[in-house]
Design a protein around this ligand. Structure first.
Ligand code: 5GP
Ligand code: ZN
Length: 136
């Protein structure tokens, strides 16, 4: 953004910028930034993992990219590394949670038909019990 813009124009431009990228009200961006509370279980420069506020199993962790990406539906070639990092983090956290041996479920809901309610890409890591729910 042009640093020489007058402050009010800079604020205006920034608010358009944030709206355009859907970040202003994104709860997961706020959790990553530390401005919203969450029970964070892992964080590095690329991903953050925290416990789901409404767990459906003894272990229910959400793993998100620190950079806002809407969903799997908007991934590009440039996101290849972060997509892999999300899955690898799921495996590591499954081990950390002691659920790796018996198995676990990894889910990424995408868009309205996929049941996505938070439009910031996230992987659900769910385990600690035998899964009862069917896929659909
Ligand atoms: P989705 O429905 O998009 O696949 O999953 C969104 C998940 O985020 C839900 O399981 C929901 O419980 C969780 N969630 C929504 N808001 C918050 C929040 O503010 N904090 C945490 N920890 N989880 C949230
Ligand atoms: Zn976000």
């Amino acid at each position: 953004m042009d640093p020489f813009l007058p402050p009010f124009l800079r604020r205006l431009a920034y608010s358009f910028f944030r709206a355009y990228y859907n970040m202003g009200d994104c709860i997961f961006c706020k959790i990553v930034a530390g401005t919203a509370k969450a029970d964070i279980v892992y964080k590095d420069e690329h991903v953050t993992a925290f416990r789901d506020i409404h767990p459906v199993a003894p272990t229910h962790i959400l793993i998100v990219p620190n950079r806002h990406i809407d969903s799997v539906g908007t991934l590009t070639e440039a996101d290849e590394a972060i997509a892999g990092r999300l899955l690898l983090t799921a495996r590591k956290l499954a081990e950390q949670e002691g659920i790796a041996d018996k198995g676990f479920r990894v889910i990424t809901n995408t868009g309205p038909h996929g049941g996505q309610t938070v439009p910031h890409l996230h992987i659900h890591l769910i385990g600690g019990q035998h899964m009862r729910h069917p896929m659909g």
